[in-house]
Design a binder for this molecule. Structure first.
Ligand SMILES: *Cc1c(COP(=O)(O)O)cnc(C)c1O
Length: 372
């Protein structure tokens, strides 16, 4: 019986490397609240991403919730976003008292369809929250122009897009802000963790206040903030993982290449093509089953029977979650491309240490489904 293959497997440094990194915490007894590891990781990331400001968070979701809150939009404002995403994106908007207006995605790279944004803008629109789905870059140039023309903030959910570059510029440098997730399942992890990256100096203090109860000094609380600080063990994991990241991404690229060699051109299988001018991080390997000999669900089940767990990602659309049944914009009719994809897409296992033999095994099972 061969090993069970999960859809992802967290990148980790050698045990000894991590121990060495956290040894200093046993000297200082400083475990959280912006200690030396936190400060070090923040600077390393500003360098790595080439962006002016990075504020670290305990997870990506609170990073997104806080940066939306930091913009102080009027309650009831409308935010244009997509439903083809993880729960977090839509929740972060709604938990800020704002209404998500669902825009469809485009059928090439599954990011927001920039041609459909303007028709959704009303006098209540305050922002656009696009998602760099699977690490595909949104049309950042068009979206930037629309934002400027209508005076809307653009906040990217870049949870999937760490280390992705567009025309040589890191994904951290577009729009008013970008949120990254450093969750264990992401390309770069700090166990749990996240960050907001942005160019505006004035946001630094606001976000730092927000993630630490609004406390600015020993006797000063200026803001009704929560607690979303990244602790020292998370930051230490990030420092170690960052050292190996470029090599990990190269290994992922080899996995992508093997999947393409085996699956590209097979009738009924649609692969996501590399984007022009984009350097990918190979975060996910989505396959759309359309006119294949088996449905997405049948392929999912067949893989599971062989001890291989793929993921119906993203299914269901956030706009059809039970918790949004009362939302005026609930439902999937207005986003037919997203609805089509959600019913047909499967992300196959993808991680740096996935062996090419296992990629072949996965592809053999998928292809056999089509012949049944
Ligand atoms: C992972 C993810 C998040 C949330 O990040 P966490 O670090 O898990 O809180 C938000 N949006 C998308 C698209 C994600 O994949």
């Amino acid at each position: 019986m061969s090993e069970h293959i999960l859809v992802t497997r967290s990148s980790m440094p050698d045990f000894e490397e991590y121990c060495e990194e956290i040894r200093k915490l046993w000297d200082s007894h400083w475990l959280t609240n912006m200690g030396v590891e936190h400060e070090t990781l923040q600077k390393l990331l500003e360098d790595y991403l080439g962006c002016s400001h990075v504020v670290l968070y305990t997870n990506g979701h609170l990073a997104l919730e806080n940066v939306i809150a930091a913009m102080r939009f009027p309650k009831g404002g409308e935010v244009i976003t997509t439903p083809f995403t993880f729960a977090s994106t839509t929740h972060a908007i709604v938990r800020n008292g704002l209404t998500p207006i669902f825009c469809d995605v485009n059928p090439e790279d599954y990011t927001i369809d920039a041609d459909k944004i303007e028709s959704l803008i009303t006098d209540k629109t305050v922002a656009i929250v696009p998602v760099h789905v699977y690490g595909s870059m949104c049309d950042v140039e068009r979206i930037g122009e629309i934002g400027k023309k209508y005076g809307l903030k653009v906040i990217y959910d870049a949870a999937h897009a760490f280390a992705v570059k567009y025309k040589g510029v890191s994904s951290a440098n577009f729009g008013d802000a970008s949120m990254f997730s450093f969750h264990a399942t992401k390309v770069f992890n700090t166990i749990e963790g996240g960050a907001v990256c942005f160019p505006n100096d004035a946001l630094v203090e606001t976000l730092n206040d927000m993630k630490n109860f609004g406390i600015r000094g020993p006797e000063s609380c200026v803001f009704v903030g929560g607690n979303a600080k990244m602790n020292e063990f998370q930051a230490a994991m990030g420092i170690c993982n960052l050292r190996h990241l470029d090599r990990e991404i190269k290994k992922r690229a080899a996995v992508t290449e093997r999947y393409f060699a085996r699956l590209d051109g097979v009738p009924g299988l649609r692969l996501r093509k590399p984007q022009k001018d984009v350097e990918s991080n190979h975060a996910y390997f989505p396959v759309v089953f359309d006119g294949f000999g088996a449905t997405r669900n049948e392929v999912f089940d067949a893989l599971e029977e062989h001890g291989i767990t793929a993921r119906k990602y993203f299914y269901p659309l956030t706009s059809s979650f039970e918790c949004y049944a009362d939302l005026p914009t609930a439902g999937t009719e207005k986003t037919p491309v997203a609805a089509f994809l959600a019913d047909r897409v499967l992300t196959l296992p993808m991680y740096a240490d996935l062996s090419l033999e296992n990629v072949d095994r996965i592809c053999d099972i998928v292809l056999a489904c089509g012949r049944r």
